[in-house]
Design a protein around this ligand. Sequence first.
Ligand SMILES: Cc1cc2nc3c(=O)[nH]c(=O)nc-3n(C[C@H](O)[C@H](O)[C@H](O)COP(=O)(O)O)c2cc1C
Length: 166
Amino acid sequence: MIDYTKGSHLLLKQLPKGVFITAKGNDTVNTMTIAWGHIGVLWSRPVFIAYVRYSRYTYDVLQTANDFTINVPQEGALKEALKIAGTQSGRDLDKFKEAQLTLVPSETISTPRIKECVLNYECEILYTQTQEPALLPQEIKERYYPNHDTHIMFFGEIKFIDYQED
Ligand SMILES: Cc1cc2nc3c(=O)[nH]c(=O)nc-3n(C[C@H](O)[C@H](O)[C@H](O)COP(=O)(O)O)c2cc1C
């Protein structure tokens, strides 16, 4: 198994502030900001799990993707780009151009990674699951899902980690 702890201190610190999930589908590449996710071991494999709501264009792209990358800025960096990727939709504009982010080829998968990010995870989609609203505590359902815009969990097997340490 690859060493999935490489860079994990940075991922865990930066995740609540925002990291990028990038996916390449049939027709396009898109990125968006996420703050919810996990890294760990599942089915004896290193896995990253991302939570993407149905309404996101990224969800549409992931439907036709085999893989995705998780792109982590240096702690506190790329704030404007995270804001653009987290408030605008790839349905309306090219976020890479708008946020001045450069796509570069990955080592092991077809989705590219982001050059300006110091830590990039290459993940192959293993499994996808929709949250079951009926099983959620009432208080969480009311607060997070008043419009039934549920999160879909994308489980990606981590195939490669690129970490440009200082
Ligand atoms: C800091 C931050 C964290 C976010 N985390 C998530 C997340 O974990 N899951 C999600 O579905 N949307 C999340 N969003 C919202 C999406 O990034 C946002 O709706 C984005 O514009 C969707 O872009 P798209 O339509 O191109 O996919 C977050 C936004 C911000 C600013």
